[in-house]
Design a protein around this ligand. Structure first.
Ligand SMILES: NC(=O)c1ccc[n+]([C@@H]2O[C@H](COP(=O)([O-])OP(=O)(O)OC[C@H]3O[C@@H](n4cnc5c(N)ncnc54)[C@H](OP(=O)(O)O)[C@@H]3O)[C@@H](O)[C@H]2O)c1
Length: 299
C-alpha cells in the first residue's frame, strides 16, 4: 500500500463531514470548520445504522498553531459562493502548489479556481447525498459515485491518485477525462429541479404532477440547446430522460436549494443558473424561463 498522505477537508458541512468520516480511516485527515469542536462526528448510514467516528476537527487558526504537516491535497467542501473567500483564508496556511479538489455543484467556481490557484485544481462531480444533523451529525441520505478530473485534463495522474484514496476510503470514485461535460450535465439536472422545488416548496417527486411537469419540460427545452451551443454533448437518452430519471430516483428528497430557502441561507443560484444565462448571452439566445427562475430564486 502507498504511504498515507495528509489531506485537509475545508468546510465541515454535509459533504465535508461525509468525506472526512470516510477518509479518516485511510489517511491523515483534518476537517476544517469555522468553529473548533472536538466531539466525534455522528454518522447516520443509509442503512439506518448510527456510528460515532473520531475525526480531527479544527479551524485554520488552530491548525496553523499546532501542526507543521502541510496537506498533500485540500478537499473544498464549502458552498460555491463561500469557496473563494475560504480559499483566500486557506492560502496563508498551505504551499501555493497544493492540489485542490472542488466538490462544488454548478460550473462557476471551478474555472475561477483554475484561474487563480497556482497548483492543480481537480473537480469532482458527486452523486453522494448528505445533509447535516446538529453540530456533529451527518445523514448519508444516498450512496453515490464521485468522478474526478480537471478542466483541461492536465493532471490525469493526480486525479487517478485522488480516486485511489477515495476508493480506499470506501467512496466509489472514478477518473473522468471529460469532467467538464459531467459537471454541465449535473448542472442541467440541478437547474431543472432545484429552483422550481425551492420556489414551490415541494419534494422532487411532486414535479411529476400538474402543473409542475410542464414547467420542468419547458426549462429542459431551454437548457438542452444552450448546453449543446456550448459544446456539451447531450446525454445518450436525451436531456429530458436525464432529468426525469433523477426526479424519479430522488422523488422523496428535498433538494438542497429548498433546504437553504427554508432555513434562510444563501442558495447556489449563481453557480447553477448564472452559467446558463451567460451561455444564452454569448449565443444571443433568449432564455425567458431561465431568466424567470433566476429572478424568482433567492440568492
Ligand atoms: N450535500 C450534498 O449531498 C451534496 C452533493 C453533491 C454536491 N454538493 C456540493 O458540495 C458543496 C458543499 O455542500 P454541502 O451540502 O456540504 O454544504 P453545507 O452543508 O452548507 O456545508 C458547507 C460548509 O462550509 C462551511 N464554510 C463556509 N465558509 C467557510 C470558511 N471560510 N472556512 C471554513 N468553512 C466554511 C460552512 O460553515 P457555516 O455552517 O459556518 O456556514 C458549512 O459548514 C456545495 O457546492 C454543494 O452543491 C453537495
Amino acid at each position: 500500500m502507498r504511504p498515507a498522505p495528509t489531506w485537509w477537508v475545508l468546510g465541515a458541512g454535509a459533504l465535508g463531514r461525509l468525506f472526512a468520516i470516510r477518509l479518516t480511516t485511510t489517511l491523515s485527515l483534518h476537517l476544517i470548520g469555522r468553529r473548533p469542536d472536538d466531539s466525534p462526528l455522528r454518522y447516520h448510514a443509509p442503512s439506518g445504522e448510527i456510528h460515532d467516528v473520531d475525526v480531527a476537527r479544527t479551524t485554520l487558526a488552530t491548525l496553523a498553531l499546532h501542526t507543521h504537516a502541510r496537506p498533500a491535497l485540500v478537499v473544498l467542501a464549502t458552498k460555491s459562493h463561500a469557496t473563494l473567500s475560504a480559499v483566500e483564508e486557506l492560502a496563508a496556511h498551505i504551499d501555493p502548489q497544493t492540489p485542490l479538489l472542488s466538490l462544488q455543484n454548478g460550473f462557476s467556481i471551478q474555472p475561477r479556481l483554475a484561474d487563480i490557484w497556482a497548483g492543480p485544481v481537480l473537480c469532482a462531480s458527486t452523486t453522494e447525498g448528505a445533509y447535516v444533523e446538529g453540530n456533529a451529525g451527518v445523514v448519508h441520505a444516498g450512496t453515490g459515485t464521485t468522478w474526478v478530473g480537471d478542466i483541461e485534463n492536465t493532471w490525469p495522474a493526480l486525479a487517478r491518485d485522488c480516486v485511489y484514496w477515495l476508493n480506499l476510503a470506501g467512496l466509489s470514485a472514478y477518473h473522468d477525462d471529460a469532467i467538464v461535460q459531467r459537471l454541465w450535465h449535473k448542472l442541467a439536472i440541478n437547474a431543472a429541479i432545484n429552483p422550481l422545488v425551492a420556489r414551490y416548496r415541494i419534494r422532487n417527486g411532486q414535479l411529476r404532477d400538474r402543473p409542475f411537469r410542464r414547467m420542468v419540460d419547458t426549462v429542459i427545452d431551454e437548457i438542452g440547446p444552450l448546453l449543446e451551443g456550448e459544446g456539451v454533448t447531450p446525454p445518450p437518452a436525451g436531456w429530458h430522460t436525464l432529468v426525469w430519471e433523477v426526479i424519479a430516483a430522488m422523488a422523496n428528497n428535498r433538494a438542497s436549494m429548498l433546504q437553504d430557502v427554508l432555513a434562510g441561507r444563501p442558495t447556489e443560484r449563481e453557480a447553477i443558473l448564472r452559467p446558463l444565462l451567460t451561455a444564452a448571452e454569448r449565443q444571443r439566445c433568449a432564455a425567458p424561463t431561465l431568466e424567470t427562475l433566476y429572478h424568482d430564486t433567492p440568492s
